[in-house]
Ligand binder design. Structure first.
Ligand code: GUN
Length: 285
């Protein structure tokens, strides 16, 4: 079997068109959805990410502001900027790009963002909302994975999902989202004794480790759905995921490519969250 690709670019295009439509409807009510992106320092990768986020907002009719600060900005100054954005009615979503310089406590900054504007879904209140099934913002990458499963009409009820990776940004929230859809979920990590024994049981595998070839064909049950969250470089410097794509695609029923899979979905879900924040604000929620 050669797996069907789940095309993150095509799905993003559809979802972003819906975002643009909802943004137009909101603007007719006098509310333009707005995202503030805050970048501290000159991390090269972060510069590219924030540019892409701002451009995606523009393309979907969302207002965006990019605030760039020098690497020596103090924690107090950054906290003051976050507070100002919390109080700015033209801004519905706030994203402080990570990583922050070492002298700034990133968790403290995240906790300073109003949960009503936490479109990254990184605030403890957002994590708690996800855990308890309350309304809140879901972290964009695992949320995008859920949309990809939805796009192929996949019913998670009773299925066994294995998440490889336990980060606060992807692995843990991913597991909770899968659980919420009634999957039986296993989280694997660096101390897991026999990863292959776990993944061979899985109907759905999400690889979110940040290491090449974490998942190879011999570790996948025929017909499983494989989502690859990894972003790595191979020996030739080409972008690749955590999954041995060429091997696994011969065993899986569906697989996400890298690039063009989960990556574009992350920014798409940021737009969705920002729009949702604006709609909630407009409704007085
Ligand atoms: N750095 C890398 N990915 C992300 C992300 O999704 N959000 C933020 N705030 N920083 C990041």
């Amino acid at each position: 079997m050669t797996a069907q690709l789940i095309d993150g670019n095509a799905l993003s295009k559809q979802l972003r068109a819906q975002v643009a439509e909802r943004a137009t409807a909101l603007k007719a009510q006098g509310v333009t959805p707005g995202l503030a992106v805050v970048l501290v320092g000159d991390n090269q990768a972060s510069q590219v990410y924030v540019r892409n986020k701002v451009k995606a907002c523009q393309d979907s009719g969302l207002h965006s502001v990019l605030e760039k600060y020098e690497a020596d900005m103090s924690e107090a100054e950054l906290l003051a900027r976050v507070e100002a954005l919390n109080n700015d009615p033209s801004i519905h979503g706030i994203l402080v790009q990570l990583p922050l310089p070492a002298h700034i406590d990133a968790q403290k900054v995240i906790e300073a963002i109003s949960p009503l504007k936490d479109v990254d879904g990184f605030h403890i209140a957002s994590a708690g909302a996800l855990m308890t099934g309350m309304p809140g913002f879901w972290p964009c990458t695992p949320y995008g994975c859920m949309k990809m499963l939805e796009s192929i009409g996949y019913d998670l009820k009773g299925k066994h999902a294995v998440v490889i990776g336990r980060s606060n940004i992807v692995g843990k929230p991913m597991a909770l989202m899968l659980l919420q859809k009634n999957a039986t979920v296993t989280i694997c990590h660096s101390a897991t004794r026999d990863l292959k024994a776990q993944t061979l049981q899985a109907d759905v595998i999400v690889a979110a480790v940040g290491k090449r070839n974490v998942l190879t064909a011999d570790m996948v049950k025929p017909g499983a759905v494989v989502l690859d969250v990894g972003m790595n470089r191979n020996d030739e410097g080409k972008l690749c995921g955590d999954v041995d794509f060429d091997g696994v695609r011969e065993v899986a029923s569906h697989i996400t490519p890298v690039p063009g899979g989960v990556g574009p979905m992350t920014i798409t879900m940021l737009l969705v969250n920002t729009l949702e924040a604006a709609e909630r604000a407009a409704a007085g929620a």
